[in-house]
Design a protein around this ligand. Structure first.
Ligand SMILES: [Zn+2]
Ligand SMILES: [Zn+2]
Length: 247
């Protein structure tokens, strides 16, 4: 429900920042309800009351700003509960948590993301695969496994060598927060070049790019994705706001 990443694109709303709505085994799970998420949910004809769980990849505002509003709507003002919230410690319990105590009451279970820990929900297993390096905010790549399917979310963070040896091979889809085109050591984000290296190793059936900076928008994400597909032989899709991907 949005492809914005980076300060300008998110906070000038050049692209939407509503997060990712997953529909897996009949369950709706929302990942990273950034600014405007509640509005986008209705715009895309979804209903927050259908949600079962929420995943926050990390505490930065572009990923969490609307969590209170979405939970308020999903729980019909705290009269019922969502099944789970999965988020890193510093997002829910740290020194300056971004999930209100009031909002926390809207969940039956609150799980703190920990490396290699598996969280099981109705036949869906969610596992933190690798810790990211991302501007002081605790962040992990997440693997979602069910019915022999493998879905991998690679949220914000700088590229490092271990990323080439961590991800399961032949995933059904890998979704990458690909903020930049070229690597830049001053930014804690992946670039298209980094993602290309990862997909050459992990060989997913499909890769999706999202979370674009202004630099990426200027380069044209579709063009970047097309070049990546040609180079790697793997289907690389540049997400658009409202894009639906089947896997
Ligand atoms: Zn971030
Ligand atoms: Zn981000």
């Amino acid at each position: 429900m949005g492809t914005a990443g980076g300060r300008t694109v998110v906070f000038r709303q050049l692209r939407y920042s509503g997060g990712l709505w997953l529909y897996i085994k009949g369950k709706n799970i929302l990942v990273d309800p950034g600014p405007g998420s509640l509005i986008r949910i209705f715009e895309f004809k979804k209903d927050p009351r259908d949600l079962k769980g929420i995943i926050l990849t990390h505490r930065h505002l572009d990923h969490v700003a609307d969590v209170a509003s979405v939970v308020e709507s999903a729980t019909e003002s705290n009269t019922k509960k969502l099944d789970f919230l999965l988020a890193p410690y510093d997002a829910i319990d740290g020194e300056d948590p971004i999930v209100l105590k009031y909002t926390k009451k809207g969940f039956k279970h609150i799980w703190t993301t920990q490396l290699n820990q598996e969280y099981n929900y109705e036949g869906i297993s969610i596992k933190a695969l690798i810790k990211h390096i991302h501007q002081g905010a605790e962040t992990y790549s997440l693997g979602i496994f069910y019915n022999n399917k493998k879905v991998v979310l690679v949220p914000c963070g700088r590229f490092y060598e271990n990323m080439l040896h961590t991800y399961p091979e032949n995933s059904d889809v890998m979704i990458f927060n690909t903020t930049f085109v070229k690597p830049n050591q001053h930014f804690y984000h992946l670039s298209a070049e980094d993602v290309e290296k990862i997909i050459m190793k992990a060989k997913p059936k499909k890769a999706v790019l999202t979370h674009y900076s202004l630099q990426m928008l200027k380069e044209n994400p579709e063009k970047v994705a097309k070049l990546m597909s040609e180079k790697t032989g793997i289907e690389v899709i540049a997400a658009k706001d409202g894009l639906k991907v089947e896997f």
